[in-house]
Write a protein that binds this ligand. Structure first.
Ligand code: ADP
Ligand code: ZN
Ligand code: ZN
Length: 785
């Protein structure tokens, strides 16, 4: 028999596959993982081809060391997706494919156990009554474990070990005592799990839980019960779907009747019930085919629990395991199990953040991208892909519908709809009959000043009056300020000293509650000096305002109000954002202050006032997308007001009350804003009318970074097609230095995406030959320039 060779993708920048000889039987298939020697290491790779010949000389070929046989191979369609992404974003196939797979699949030492039986424990009624009481008050870890059992429907041994190092022995003892039931099942496959109780069960409880009672033969537990440990989400009563209004029905019908590839731009004002359109069209698709899978992308991890609860309530007829989440906040094992559930087809609904677009979904029938305009869909490091754009590509590849939903679509998508490539579906009013869009009022700060009504710590007189009014009526208010920390600058009046980061060319931000100064670019932190380090002046003062300072000012001005701040600092701990948001929903907060974290998605029922501080800075930014982003943010945050029938009001403090952006916002006129902004973009030859790519270089000095880019620019001139590409001069980044590294960039653009792609492909090998930069990257379709 002739030798068999496999061509393997490795997580390595060299844009090639690597050949190995394979002597292992059964032979690996395309789409399976193998372990191979690479240099002195041994690494995991993905088999992309199986062949009977290799161009590599026999003496240089090395052997495959192991094959991962317990995970079904990845499909040819999935391989086509990652290879498209690799090609388009100028990466090697392995650099895209491997990081997108769950960690245990990339670690040969864990193969063989991927689909292995995992043990689960479940509290029994007797344990529910007596377990906690039997534990000493001081045994905190044990009590945590017991509490977790009581709270969760079932707990895997892995999850239990994370709570208590001796969880295995402890749980067995509790099992013996008749307090907990035990079951085993696979996570990725569809094994039946059976709960067992100990041989001599504890005295039967009159209200014995049917699931846990073995007296009547095998418990009525499907694999779903075992697998519910995948998702210990709150269990809700099944909720009936509301009757769609005419616009929603039209949208839903259009999506369900697509019958193949179609891209829909669902443009619905905030509160118009886009989610309902997703739910009902997904439901229709899932009902149509027994194995169909759907993927819903949300921009932020924080939004997944809310969607998950909603989906579980609405799809209560599906087994628990049929709904999984995929995002970076999951523990590694959990994420692997969810990924496997999607890969094996067991998960029917996958809710995830951008990384989920690269999940293996063999029966994918529809993709939804909620809040499609969000910058979070663009990965900003490593493979800089746009999950939204890949969603459209994937839908086209699979010939299925894709729905992009937003109240403020990206101008790229809006332009696609203008040209008829995407089908626009419009929801023009709020879904709840009594809910209307809020009135937008501008507070002219210059006018206030002229009238002698100065703001107190950035809070104008009309805004404070409106806040007091809401307090008196026991309604909630929301203050939006897109800058965290106490003050962005700390400076000395006497000598002009400004606190800067020693590692970056940036000011450090004053954080008062944490009693620290922090660099928001590299994380450097130090104590707040009591005097100016240059001249000794003790009167150093914070300049400008962040959320912490406004929180302090509000507490001073409205001492009776219950104030809560939500930003990246107040939600650093895992799960804390969720807890804070539920305080707001529970009505335990009068005034919520926060950054863009509070602008998105949350359906606050009792907010009637939204105050916007310091929005003007984005009006005159050098970034041409700043106004698009500002409009979207203001529209989103305004959308939090007046949801449930109470009239809503938005107060925007500004020094430019006549700016056209505020004018369009006041009229809730996204199409008008989009039309005028697209006209400007077309005249200025900016995206979406041109396609861009950025070459970024990092150097030990700025000269080295710029020097690299100059060589790169010269190399570009020799590339075929370069004459059709517009090339800008290399420039330093606005924040030149981060972590002692100097950064510069070179922008190129072209009216044709195809030409730009071919130029990038020809340019890439030349870049790889250049020296002088510490690091360089190519970014296609950059968002921040
Ligand atoms: P969006 O995502 O467009 O901002 P949501 O999907 O959050 O809007 O819907 C806003 C509110 O309207 C929600 O409370 C939702 O339950 C409700 N809703 C949506 N569709 C309907 C409908 N057809 N009838 C009644 N209420 C609806
Ligand atoms: Zn000084
Ligand atoms: Zn820094």
């Amino acid at each position: 028999m002739s030798d068999v060779f496999v061509r393997v993708a490795l997580d390595h920048p060299i844009p090639t596959l690597f050949d190995y000889r394979c002597l292992i039987q059964p032979l690996p298939q395309v789409g399976q993982m193998v372990q191979v020697p690479f240099g002195k290491r041994s690494v995991a790779g993905l088999v992309c081809e199986v062949a009977h010949a290799s161009d590599v000389p026999a003496e240089r070929l090395r052997n495959v060391q192991a094959v991962c046989s317990d995970c079904p191979p990845l499909s040819a369609q999935w391989l086509a997706l990652v290879s498209f992404a690799a090609d388009y974003y100028q990466r090697s196939l392995g650099e895209v494919a491997l990081p997108s797979l769950p960690q245990p699949l990339r670690d040969a030492s864990r193969w063989g156990r991927l689909l292995a039986l995992e043990t689960f424990y479940q509290i029994l009624p007797s344990g529910r009554e007596r377990l906690l009481a039997s534990l000493p008050a001081r045994a905190l870890a044990l009590r945590r474990l017991a509490q977790a059992l009581i709270d969760a429907e079932s707990l895997s041994l892995g999850a239990a070990r994370a709570l208590h190092p001796k969880a295995a022995a402890t749980l067995e003892a509790w099992h013996e005592a008749g307090w907990v039931g035990r079951a085993s099942g696979t996570l990725g496959g569809g094994d039946q799990g059976k709960w067992s109780t100990p041989a001599s069960p504890a005295p039967a409880n009159a209200n014995a839980n049917a699931n846990a009672n073995t007296d009547k033969g095998p418990p009525a537990v499907s694999s779903a019960a075992t697998l519910s440990a995948l998702n210990p989400a709150p269990h809700l009563e099944p909720i009936a779907a509301p009757v769609l209004n005419a616009e929603q029905q039209y949208a839903c019908d259009a999506i369900c009747n697509a019958g193949g590839f179609a891209a829909f731009l669902l443009h619905g004002v905030t509160g118009s019930g886009k989610t309902e359109v997703y739910l009902q069209s997904l439901a229709a698709l899932l009902a149509r085919a027994r194995d169909a899978q759907v993927l819903l992308l949300v921009p932020e991890i924080n939004l997944t629990p809310q969607f998950e609860a909603l989906f579980r309530a609405r799809f209560a007829h599906l087994p628990d395991a049929a709904i999984v989440t995929l995002h970076s906040g999951l523990a590694e094992g959990e994420r692997a199990r969810h990924w496997l559930a999607a890969h094996t087809g067991q998960a029917r609904i996958v809710l995830g953040t951008r990384l989920a677009i690269l999940a293996s979904l063999p029966h994918l029938a529809m993709i939804v991208v909620d809040e499609e305009h969000e910058a979070a869909y663009k990965q900003q490091e490593g493979l800089r892909y746009s999950a939204r754009d890949l969603a459209v590509w994937r839908a086209k590849q699979l010939n299925i519908p894709v729905v992009l939903g937003s109240a403020t679509p990206s101008l790229e998508s809006w332009w696609q709809a203008d040209q008829g490539r995407y089908t626009r579906l419009t929801l023009s009013h709020r879904a709840v009959a009594a809910a209307t869009l809020p009135a937008v009022r501008l507070v002219d700060l210059d006018h206030e000043k002229r009238r002698g009504r100065a703001s107190v710590e950035g809070l104008s007189v009309p805004l404070l009056a409106a806040l007091k009014d809401r307090l008196a009526r026991q309604e909630q208010s929301l203050i939006f300020l897109n800058r965290r920390g106490y003050a962005p600058v700390l400076s000395c009046d006497a000598c002009g000293w400004v606190a800067g980061c020693p590692r970056c060319s940036a000011y450090v931000v004053l954080h008062k509650p944490e009693r620290a100064m922090r660099c928001h670019h590299c994380g450097w932190e130090s104590k707040i000096p009591s005097a100016c380090p240059e001249c000794g002046n003790v009167d150093i003062a914070p300049l400008g305002r962040g959320t912490q300072r406004v929180e302090e000012a509000l507490a001073g001005a409205l001492p009776q109000a219950r104030i809560l701040r939500i930003d990246a600092d107040s939600t650093r701990r895992k799960g804390s954002a969720q807890a804070l948001f539920s305080d707001v929903h529970a009505g335990e907060v009068d005034i919520l202050i926060g950054t863009q974290m509070i602008a998105k998605g949350h359906d606050f029922q009792r907010v009637t006032l939204v105050g916007v501080l310091n929005a003007d800075t984005a009006l005159f930014s050098h970034d041409f997308r700043a106004s698009e982003r500002l409009f979207a943010q203001l529209m989103q945050v305004s959308g939090r007001a007046g949801r449930a029938g109470l009239a809503g009001e938005v107060l925007i403090q500004t020094r430019y009350p006549r700016h056209s952006l505020y004018d369009a916002l006041g009229r809730h006129d996204y199409p008008g804003f989009a039309r005028s902004t697209l006209t400007e973009r077309r005249q200025a030859h900016l995206p979406p009318f041109v396609y861009q790519a950025l070459l970024r270089a990092e150097g030990r000095t700025i000269e080295m970074a710029l020097g690299f880019l100059q060589q790169a620019a010269a190399a570009l001139d020799t590339v075929p097609g370069a004459e059709r590409v517009m090339r800008y001069d290399p420039v330093p980044l606005t924040i030149v230095k981060v972590m002692h590294v100097h950064r510069a960039q070179l922008l190129i653009e072209c009216a044709s995406r195809v030409v730009l792609q071919s130029v990038l492909h020809a340019w890439h090998p030349q870049l790889r030959a250049l020296k002088g930069a510490l690091r360089w990257t190519v970014e296609v379709d950059p968002l921040d320039i």
